[in-house]
Every structure is written in structure tokens, then in C-alpha cells.
Design a protein around this ligand. Sequence first.
Ligand code: ADP
Length: 296
Amino acid sequence: MNAGLAQRNPEASSTRGVMAERPDVGKLSVRNVGKIYDPEGAAVVAVEDCDVEVEAGDFVAIVGPSGCGKSTLMNAIAGFDTITSGEIMLDGVPLASPQLAPRPGPDRVVVFQHGALFPWKTVLENVTYGPMVQGKLSADEARIKAMGLLGECGGLDRVADTYPPQLSSGMQRRVEIVRALMNDPSILLLDEPFRAMDTVSKTTMHRHLLQMYRLCRRTIIFITHDLEEAVFLADKVMIMTSRPGTMKKSLDITLPRPRATDMLTSEEFRELKLQLSATVHEEAKKAFVRGEREQA
Ligand code: ADP
């Protein structure tokens, strides 16, 4: 156990493999949400009557074909864009509605497929910047917490003084996850973070993400078009229809935690995947027929 993390983060002193307790923040409700782009012109109905309920501390994966509105939904939750109907609430507080201006905040942190680290700052400077600028932590506190979390995320403390362009894309993505968690967000939003990676790199990333989830237990919304990844990581998988995106099917993932790669070949895993795959392929086919690139 990294002593720094144990000091700063009581969750980290839990026994390896034991899940941190459910947090008391991070309950998300997406109710009847709709989004029409360019309503006065082309009127692209991207999302329609979309409902998602996520309990605080749960890991939910949203799967759907390209162009079905996954990023639109994510941007609305993150507060980057407006919605045209419905309502999004976080812990009972309205985050988004047609009457509300978009409002991003440190309670919702997004990690994208393409990195967003400052290339001119070291790894340590990148991850300590947010809480220090917000005045949440002193420089010393931020450094101790950062070194602890970096160490737990596959030994990234060893590259604390390195600049991001010198790291592999997988390491950069892990640094971003640590940076996001440094802010103690209520929700971590992951928008296809491992999309461009090969299978081996993805597997490594899954292991590190699950370790960070186990230690820091935040609500996670994970967007992907990879059904296997979704079933392996999440507590619940939701399948979105092709555009206009709405939730078509939801399945609780009963695989125990901690998840291990040998579960990928288990009968239970195969059965869970089977329950979802027909819906995923049906929606992918619809998206393909309407001329959008098939991704699922
Ligand atoms: P996904 O993330 O599932 O690939 P998006 O949320 O990016 O899908 O997009 C959903 C639909 O909305 C797509 O058909 C896309 O072309 C359209 N769209 C996204 N952004 C805009 C925009 N700014 N203006 C008009 N249409 C958009």
C-alpha cells in the first residue's frame, strides 16, 4: 500500500480487493431527455425521451452505435450543452433542463478518447493543478494525494516528473483518470476512453480503471460501442437505440467484484452478453442502413 494514499484517502487503506463503501453523492436521474440540434433549420433529433437512473457509486455503461446520441447525452450531463426537453438531476438538484443554461462543474469530470493533459506540465503538475487552483488542497496535500493515486494506478508515481508526450497513450489515459479523481467528483464521465486501443492495452486499462473504481468508488458513466467491455466493467449496461437515441434495454450485471479477466470466458459472462447482443446488433444495423457508420 502506498503510504501517501493511505494517509490522504481512507478508502485506500481497505484490504486489496474490497470495494470502497457506496458514496452518499452521485445519484443521477435523466428523465425524458430530448435534444434537437438546429431546431430552426435541419432539426436533427439526436436524443428523444431518454431515461437513465443511476444510484450513487454505481458503474453504468451505455452502449450504442455511432451517431445514436451517446456523446450528446454525455455533454448534457457534463453541462457542456443544452437539452431541449426533459430534465437531468444530480442528487435531487436540477443540472439540465430546457430552461437552464449549461453549467459544467468539478462535480462532473469527463475523460475523453483523445487526451486533454497539459503537455507543458509534468504528470504531477497535471494532476495537482485542479484541486490546488480550486483551493481544495494545499500544494503539499495535493502532492501526497496525487502520488498515492498515481502509485495505485499501475505505478504511475514513477513517472510523476515526466511530461505527457513522453508517455504511451494508455499511460496518458490513466493519468487523466487520476486527474479526474483528484477532484473528488460526484460523477466520472468516460466517453469511449479506450476506443482506439488494441485488445491488450484495453485489458490493461480495464484492470487499472477497476482498481481506481474499487478504491475511490464514484458514480461512473462509461460510454462505449464495445459490448464485451461494457459487461466486463459495469454494474448495469444500457443499450441505446440508433438515432434518435433512447434507452432500449437495461441489464444488471451480476458478475461479482473484483472482476478478473478469466470471467470473460465464463458461462455467466457469455450469457449476459448474449442477452444484450441481439439488441446491439439490431440497432447497429439500423444505424448502418440509415447511412451512419456501423460501430457496434
Ligand atoms: P454518438 O456519440 O452516439 O456517436 P452524437 O451524440 O455525437 O452520437 O450525435 C448524435 C447525432 O446528432 C448524430 O446524428 C450527429 O450527427 C448529430 N449531431 C451531433 N452534434 C451535432 C451538432 N452540433 N449539430 C447538428 N447535429 C449534431
